[in-house]
Design a protein around this ligand. Structure first.
Ligand SMILES: Cc1cc2nc3c(=O)[nH]c(=O)nc-3n(C[C@H](O)[C@H](O)[C@H](O)COP(=O)(O)OP(=O)(O)OC[C@H]3O[C@@H](n4cnc5c(N)ncnc54)[C@H](O)[C@@H]3O)c2cc1C
Length: 407
């Protein structure tokens, strides 16, 4: 079966679903959303949905459903240095009274369901294996559904496949092969992941009610916060070599690395996992190619992966989906003088305005968070003396608030 669509979005996480819902709400018909998994599916994530996301949920028409799924309201985030010194950041500093704790299984399924209800063609268990490229222009995708390859064409294709950047990587690999051929070199070597993230749901975690707790330790950090059904989600990032030293056993990693943080040792002492452990390798953070090829744009983690301790990855996914929806709608609705090159440059420029400053601030915060422990302890002490300074730091991870607080 060959079919043509106005827009194809690959990836049904928050970025892809947000783009699809916004396109449908803006009147774009014939949008296809392709997702490799069947939802609901679990995902490695802190599951801390920052206050600004709640406004997005209202805009996307899913706020009531999200609150029905969880009443875990988070009014404070507390960062603990490895020696137990703490820094408190009220959720109110991020533009809402509270954040929400809700599993990705629930949140993502509700967004995908909303896209379907808005008239988007949603196909699950469909793996996008390849791009259709004609005259250097992406004009659709090849998708494996139940073992069969199907071809779908579109005027615009969106890479919302998260950190794997499945479509963008395909374009880069093609370019690498061309370069390698012309320079007679082997194509790009795969990078070895330096970090690994784990997560599981727990009962009996002894944390402060209404808080998300973040624990720093040598080489990484972890977050513990409430989700639905009175469970707590523990999600942590550690160095790959520490995982190997613990024989890739998540319980050993938790006990021998994460619980070196004195506060984590207290809260997790009698906690018990109630879900299977999930893990994923992390290659790095930061901005990628926003418009990797003519006819292809990237959203969410496929565009940029912001450091998870900022709790703003899902916000960027939802905002990015909206931005992509607006730019694509303009391209499709306006006169023929708007070319794919105009779409790429408008989207890249607006993306830079929206996310550039916060990506730079978060990169600086990440460097600061991994300085020698004596410097960190001194920094935590200094920040504790000034709520204004803490508020500025919080604002730096969010574009609009940064401008307000920096003035
Ligand atoms: C350890 C960790 C903790 C985090 N904690 C938080 C947090 O507490 N709060 C927060 O706001 N953010 C957090 N984040 C960031 C957040 O998870 C991401 O920013 C967010 O998931 C990005 O959404 P996305 O839609 O871009 O990608 P994803 O959520 O990754 O969705 C991509 C989708 O694409 C699908 N897909 C991939 N390849 C294909 C293919 N070839 N064909 C079809 N479908 C495909 C996948 O199945 C997936 O469903 C965390 C990230 C990590 C790694």
């Amino acid at each position: 079966m060959n079919q043509s669509f106005s827009v194809i979005i690959v990836g049904g996480g928050p970025a892809g679903a947000s783009a699809a819902i916004h396109l449908a709400a803006l009147g774009i018909e014939n949008v296809l959303l392709i997702e490799a998994k069947r939802f609901p599916r679990q995902k490695v994530c802190g599951e801390f949905i920052s206050p600004e996301c709640l406004e997005h949920f209202a805009r996307l028409g899913v706020q009531a459903e999200m609150f029905e799924a969880s009443d875990a309201r988070i009014t404070n985030t507390i960062f603990y240095s490895s020696h137990g010194r703490s820094l408190r950041f009220p959720s109110a500093w991020f533009g809402g009274d509270y954040a929400l704790g809700l599993s990705r299984a629930e949140m993502d399924a509700k967004l995908l369901e909303r896209a379907r209800a808005m008239g988007v063609h949603v196909v699950e268990e469909a793996y996008c294996a390849n791009l259709l490229i004609e005259e250097n222009q992406v004009c659709g995708v090849r998708v494996k559904i139940k073992g069969e390859t199907q071809i779908f064409a579109a005027r615009v294709t969106v890479d919302a496949t998260g950190r794997v950047r499945a479509l963008a990587r395909h374009v880069e690999n093609e370019a690498d092969i061309d370069n390698a051929k012309s320079r007679n070199l082997a194509s790009r070597k795969s990078r070895r992941p330096a970090l690994v993230a784990f997560k599981a749901h727990f009962e009996n975690a002894k944390m402060e009610a209404g808080t998300c707790e973040i624990y720093f330790y040598k080489g990484g950090y972890g977050g513990l916060s409430a989700v639905e059904n009175e469970f707590a989600n523990l999600c942590f990032i550690v160095r790959a070599r520490d995982v190997r030293a613990c024989e890739s056993n998540p319980v050993r990693v938790m006990r021998e690395i994460v619980m070196k943080n004195s506060r984590a040792a207290q809260t997790l002492e009698s906690a018990r996992a109630v879900s299977p452990w999930l893990s994923v390798a992390l290659e790095g953070f930061g901005k990628n190619e926003i418009a990797p090829a003519q006819g292809l744009i990237a959203v969410g983690d496929a565009a940029s992966f912001i450091d998870p301790f900022t709790g703003s990855g899902m916000l960027m996914a939802l905002e990015g989906g909206q931005l992509a929806g607006e730019c694509i709608t303009r391209f499709l609705n306006e006169d023929k003088s708007r070319t794919l090159a105009t779409l790429a440059s408008e989207y890249s420029a607006r993306y830079g305005e929206k996310f550039g400053a916060r990506l730079r601030s978060c990169a600086a915060l990440r460097r600061a968070a991994f300085m020698p422990s004596a410097i960190i302890e001194a920094g935590v002490g200094a920040l504790n003396l000034s709520a204004r300074m803490r508020r500025r730091v919080a604002g730096a991870t969010r574009a609009t608030h940064y401008k307000r607080f920096a003035s």
